[in-house]
Design a protein around this ligand. Structure first.
Ligand SMILES: NC(=O)c1ccc[n+]([C@@H]2O[C@H](COP(=O)([O-])OP(=O)(O)OC[C@H]3O[C@@H](n4cnc5c(N)ncnc54)[C@H](O)[C@@H]3O)[C@@H](O)[C@H]2O)c1
Length: 307
C-alpha cells in the first residue's frame, strides 16, 4: 500500500512520552520535516524544556498526560484537535524501564509495567483511531516496542510481555487499518541514550509498598548512559523515514538481526516434522499467514540513513 504519511509537512502528530529521549527525538525529526507536534507526557517540567528545545512554537503544543488515564487521554485528544484541527499520527511511545527476576514481581509491578508500556499504547489507539478514521485524511499509528520483542532475554519479563504485545498488536491491525489509509508501524529500537534509567521515580505511590522491583529501579537509576548507544536525534530520523515508507517494522540496530534470526529459527525448529493434513490446511486457510508479511518482504531492507 502507498504510504499514507509519505509527506508529513502540515500533518499533526501526537507523541506520548514526548518530553524526553526517543519521543523527543521523534518529535524533533517531525517538526524539522514540517509537521505539527503535540508532546504528551507525565513530566510537566520536562515538557516545558522539550518545547523550548523544539523552538517552533507555532507548530508545537504540550499536554500533561498519564497514558494510563483514559479520560485524560480523551481530554488531551480534544485539546490537540482544538489546537491543530486534525491529528494524523499517533506515536505511542511513553514507556518505563521495568525489570528484575520474575519471581520478585508482584501484581503491582505487573500492573504498573503492563499498564504504562502496553495499556498506554492501547489507550492511545482507542482514543485516536475513531478520530483519525473520521477525518478521512489517512494517518499512521507508530507504537514503540523494542528489540526486546525480537530477542527476548531473561530478567525483563514484564517489559518484554508488554513489548511483544505491541508487536503482535501492530501486525494484527495493519491490514485492517490499511482500508482506511492508516499505516501501522511497530518501532523496535535497540539501546538509545535517554532518561529511561530514571523510570523508578515515576512509579505511582499506590504501586510502591508492594513492589518487588524497587532495588532493581535503584540500580537502574545508577546505570550510566553509554555514548555507544544511538542518539535520540538519529533514532527520531529513522522513525520519520519509517513513517514516510509506512514500514511495518521500524528497526534501528542491525546488531539484533542475528539474534532475531536465531529466535525465529528456534521456533521453526520446534514444528513437528509431520506431513501436512491438506484438508485441515484448507479449512483453516485464513489462519495460516498474513499478507502484511508478504508486503514487507517485497519492500526489502530500508535505507534509513539516506536523507
Ligand atoms: N532507551 C532505550 O534504549 C529503549 C530501547 C527500546 C525501547 N525503548 C522504549 O522507548 C520508549 C521511550 O523510552 P526512552 O528510552 O526514550 O525513555 P525516557 O524515559 O527518556 O522517555 C520516556 C518518556 O515517557 C514518559 N512517561 C513514562 N511514564 C508515563 C506515563 N504513565 N504517561 C505519560 N508519559 C510517561 C516519561 O516521563 C519520559 O518522558 C519506551 O517505550 C521504551 O520502552 C527504549
Amino acid at each position: 500500500m502507498p504510504a499514507p504519511m509519505a509527506e508529513v509537512a502540515g500533518k499533526t502528530a501526537f507523541v506520548t512520552g514526548g518530553a524526553n529521549g526517543i519521543g523527543l527525538g521523534i518529535a524533533t525529526a517531525l517538526v524539522k520535516a514540517g509537521a505539527n507536534v503535540v508532546l504528551a507526557d507525565i513530566r510537566e517540567a520536562s515538557l516545558a524544556e522539550a518545547r523550548k528545545s523544539l523552538a517552533a512554537d507555532d507548530r508545537v503544543d504540550t499536554v500533561v498526560l498519564d497514558v494510563t488515564d483514559r479520560t485524560g487521554f480523551a481530554r488531551a485528544a480534544d485539546a490537540a484537535e482544538k489546537r491543530f484541527g486534525k491529528v494524523h499520527m499517533l506515536i505511542g511511545n511513553a514507556g518505563i524501564g521495568i525489570g528484575g527476576q520474575v519471581s520478585d514481581a508482584t501484581y503491582d509491578d505487573w500492573d504498573w509495567g503492563m499498564g504504562v508500556n502496553f495499556g498506554g499504547v492501547v489507550n492511545g489507539l482507542v482514543t485516536f483511531l475513531p478520530r483519525i478514521k473520521a477525518h478521512g485524511e489517512g494517518g499512521q499509528i507508530v507504537s514503540t516496542a523494542s528489540k526486546a520483542a525480537l530477542v527476548p532475554i531473561p530478567n525483563a519479563s514484564i517489559y518484554i510481555a508488554a513489548k511483544a504485545a505491541i508487536l503482535g498488536l501492530s501486525e494484527s491491525i495493519r491490514s485492517e487499518l490499511a482500508a482506511f489509509n492508516i499505516g501501522v508501524s511497530a518501532f523496535c529500537p535497540g539501546p538509545v541514550q535517554s532518561s529511561i534509567s530514571r523510570s523508578g521515580e515515576l512509579r505511582p505511590e499506590k504501586y510502591q509498598a508492594n513492589s518487588g522491583y524497587r532495588a532493581f529501579e535503584q540500580r537502574l537509576s545508577e546505570r550510566p548512559v553509554s555514548p555507544l548507544w544511538m542518539t535520540m536525534e538519529e533514532v527520531g530520523e529513522r522513525v520519520l523515514a519509517g513513517i514516510r515508507r509506512n514500514d511495518l517494522y521500524i528497526i534501528t540496530h542491525p546488531e539484533f538481526r542475528d539474534g532475531t534470526r536465531r529466535h525465529f529459527d528456534a521456533i521453526l525448529a520446534a514444528f513437528p516434522d509431520e506431513p501436512i493434513d491438506e484438508a485441515r490446511k484448507e479449512a483453516i486457510a485464513f489462519l495460516l499467514s498474513n499478507r502484511v508479511f508478504d508486503e514487507t518482504l517485497a519492500k526489502g531492507a530500508p535505507d534509513y540513513k539516506r536523507r
